[in-house]
Design a protein around this ligand. Structure first.
Ligand code: SF4
Length: 549
């Protein structure tokens, strides 16, 4: 079965901004924390918010202690905002595009014009815009509503941001035919248009369409209606549990899209369920990834490449060192993820469920790798076991802090200490690359999780640095460029231009950045495994360096 996922689906800019504001307030420990109305039309996200202690205010008058209140992306009428402001300190999550529509309504009223809004009168956004019309606003959603309009002369027609183009066109023409002195301002948000256009494209290529989103979300329902009107079988689901797996596997091609309030982690979960059902290889990849094999392997490859670059001085028992590194890194990664298991629920629930279900497998593997790391470490150098003890203690002490993200680097530096007799200028510069490369991979992995649109725990390094996705991408480029400086320095110092072969790592890093920048949806397993690319490329270049140059 072919699965096609819409390139633009899930959170729109406004919803993501509102969710990020709540995330930031949670990080800053602002309490009590409220949202005015449900933050987004997605029951799963609302459930997570309530577990995080965020309460929903349904009315301004709700009797609750004063706190911090986030206004959702749909906005609120100005009077309600003023009342809320008297009781709580406000964080305005109104989408900038909705603010623009509110400003247009306000300007029209100031100029003495009436405002007709083409939209759903019960929708929070429309109620908010209506609040700016000072009694001169009318909501139209059907021909019957047009009939009920009073005679209009000087007026503007605005639209709900999630309105369908066709409906705006038909209804505004009908109004203008009756009252020709009006002006139409199309305020449909581009995000809505793009999603609706994309679902049509998916319909051209797929036999059935899955639409993920809240059943009360207007834009989700519209996506489903569009697919239905294109003659496709449509499955509108809120969660992966609602997937009719037997039924959908009958189709040879399946399109997946999601409403503007659907977080990426939910799309990941749905894609994961379907792929697991149809592909045994995918199930293997899932086990590999969820048990952090790729992270242990990336660490191992970097170390092996570093050792290969210094073959002449290596002692015979050096072979035990990579085995020790691989097994202990596997142990450390899994210990850390187990200590932070609860946090996965808020941005990667499938992983949390998997690890709980496979607890026995996980602990048996951990038992085995501990023995393997102790034996291999002992055979390499008994003193190295002190590193094992120190790192296990650090895992427990730092697990819930951003410093836990630096344990890979600390482990690598520790290992390099035990390679003391090998130290020379080239080795040290190469080591610097390896350490910075590990730092790059740590930040890259965080970015993959940031793109899940979930509520991340406080031990994320990027959160501690206050770096948003856009800034983090810049940091990533900066880190990899700095990591490659040692090779330029070595080429310059030793006048050996062969060192420039390591600059072939640049396209590898750029591929990684290109992929992650495009925010591919429902591909989290693949994105996680891409961390193997730079270490593999480094190892390959190291082999070429030693054996061919
Ligand atoms: S659909 Fe558009 S206007 Fe509405 S919240 Fe999203 S980005 Fe803002």
């Amino acid at each position: 079965m072919q699965i096609r996922i819409a390139k633009r689906a899930g959170f729109c800019m406004g919803v993501r901004r509102a969710v990020n504001l709540v995330l930031k307030a949670l990080k800053d420990e602002k309490a009590p924390l409220y949202t005015y109305g449900p933050l987004i039309h997605n029951p799963q996200t609302l459930e997570l918010l309530s577990q995080l202690g965020v309460k929903t205010l349904n009315k301004v008058e709700d009797e609750v202690p004063s706190g911090v209140c986030v206004i959702r992306a749909h906005g609120v009428p100005p009077k309600e905002k003023a009342l809320l402001e008297k009781r709580h300190s406000l964080i305005d999550g109104t989408c900038p595009r909705v603010l623009k529509v509110q400003a247009l309504a306000s300007k029209a009223v100031r100029e003495g014009k009436a405002v007709v809004i083409i939209g759903d009168k019960d929708h929070a956004e429309v109620r908010g815009i209506l609040g700016f019309c000072e009694g001169k606003g009318y909501v139209v959603n059907s021909f019957q509503d047009v009939e009920k309009l009073p005679p209009l002369r000087n007026y503007v027609i605005l639209s709900q941001t999630t309105q369908e183009e066709e409906i705006l066109e038909i209804l505004s023409q009908e109004i203008l035919a009756r009252y020709p002195e009006g002006e139409v301002i199309n305020t449909i948000c581009n995000a809505t248009e793009v999603r609706q256009r994309e679902v049509k494209r998916l319909c051209d290529k797929c036999e059935a369409i899955i639409v993920i989103g809240g059943k009360f979300s207007a834009n989700t329902k519209r996506l489903a209606q569009i697919a239905q009107s294109e003659g496709k079988e449509v499955f509108l689901i809120e969660s992966p549990e609602e997937l009719p797996l037997e039924e959908i596997t009958k189709y040879s091609s399946l399109g997946i899209t999601a409403g503007a309030s659907t977080p990426n982690w939910l799309i990941n979960e749905v894609v994961d369920r379907i792929k697991e059902k149809i592909s045994p290889l995918y199930s293997l990849l899932k086990i590999f990834t969820f048990l952090s094999f790729q992270e242990a392997l990336a660490f191992f490859l970097l170390l092996v490449a570093l050792l290969i670059l210094n073959p002449s001085t290596l002692p015979q028992k050096i072979l035990y060192l990579p085995i020790f590194a691989l097994s202990f890194q596997f142990f450390q990664k899994n210990l850390l993820q187990w200590l932070n298991l609860e946090a996965y629920k808020f941005y990667y629930p499938g992983r949390e469920r998997f690890l709980r279900q496979k607890k026995k497998l996980l602990f048996s593997l951990l038992g085995l790798v501990v023995i393997l790391s102790l034996v291999s470490g002992f055979l390499y150098q008994p003193r190295i076991l002190s590193l094992v003890i120190a790192l296990i203690v650090l895992c427990f002490l730092l697990a819930k802090t951003p410093f836990s993200r630096l344990l890979d680097l600390i482990f690598m530096i520790g290992l390099l200490m035990y390679l003391y007799p090998l130290w020379n200028t080239i080795f040290l510069w190469q080591s610097l690359y390896v350490i910075l490369s590990l730092f790059f991979l740590t930040l890259y992995k965080e970015l993959v999780y940031i793109q899940s649109d979930g509520f991340l725990p406080k031990n994320f390094l990027s959160l501690a640095l206050g770096a948003e996705e856009r800034i983090l991408l810049k940091y990533l480029r900066l880190v990899y460029l700095i990591s490659l400086l040692p090779f330029l320095w070595l080429a310059y110092t030793y006048k050996t231009w062969h060192f420039l072969i390591f600059l072939w790592l640049i396209p590898v890093y750029e591929v990684l950045l290109y992929v992650i920048k495009r925010r591919p949806l429902g591909q989290i397993l693949y994105l996680e495994n891409l961390i193997l690319l730079p270490p593999l490329a480094y190892l390959l270049i190291a082999i070429i360096w030693v054996y061919l140059l």
